[in-house]
Design a protein around this ligand. Sequence first.
Ligand code: HEC
Ligand code: HEC
Length: 236
Amino acid sequence: MISHRLLLLCMLPMLWCCDGLPGKPDPANRYIRPTEVTNFDTLYSMNCSGCHGAEGKLGPAVPLADPMYLALASPIHIEEITRNGVAGTTMPAFAIEAGGTLTDQQIAIIARGLSTRWGQPQSAEVVAAAPPLAVSQEGPPGDPERGAAHFRTFCGSCHGPEGRGTARAGSIVEPPYLGLVSNQNLRTNTIIGRRDLGMPDWRQVGDRPMRPQEVTDIVAWLASQRVPRPSSSMAN
Ligand code: HEC
Ligand code: HEC
């Protein structure tokens, strides 16, 4: 704010004396308050691209441009997480009420814009048969013991039978990793894969598509290896 005012002060003499010269301010270039920005591309690149990737992929966090992700994640799910962030991870809360910088309108523009920009129609049967994406809809609790077996079947070829990694993919059972990701994140990755990095989705990860309960069990097994932190909890 201060620097913006200083800039205006410096420009005032130019307005008085240099009318007509190049540099005359164009009203179209007037300063726009951050809360007035309504362009999806600007909002996305200013707020999300650093972690989710410039084109919605190849970033450290979930590839939001993955068309299957966009087909399975409801706009309410995307808005909810964008609004409140994910406690215990680097995903920030963006709603102004939650200490962030984006208005409700801007959050809605981003959530809708992801699908407009990167969504692609997916087969209705595939979407209907897919495991529910949201942890809140996953159904009966997972069983870590069954999860360990399913993990060897579906994930072991790349991540190793115990999840400690192979030449094809890294370890996903190290405490520092598990301590920084929520169960939602593990679930999303297990279902959607990381197609931008060479991990297939739930349909192609093994010889047959994974069943919803198998996904839940695998996430329960991964989560069971988290080292509990004394002062905080990872409920979601
Ligand atoms: C500083 C890094 C960072 C920034 C910036 C960031 N995210 Fe995230 N985001 C993350 C991480 C890390 C996760 C996974 C968190 C977890 O473990 O659940 C995540 C998760 C999400 C999810 C949930 C994915 C799922 O599993 O369904 C959504 C939706 C999301 N982010 C949207 C956004 C949007 C929209 C923006 C910009 C307005 C944004 N994020 C900016 C790091 C970031
Ligand atoms: C064909 C190989 C392959 C298979 C099979 C596979 N993955 Fe992956 N997975 C990858 C690659 C490649 C990455 C990208 C990161 C890396 O190289 O470790 C990855 C990343 C991940 C991540 C971290 C994502 C992130 O960026 O935070 C998780 C979690 C994960 N896989 C879980 C699973 C689970 C669970 C299964 C079994 C259902 C599975 N993977 C099966 C190749 C595979």
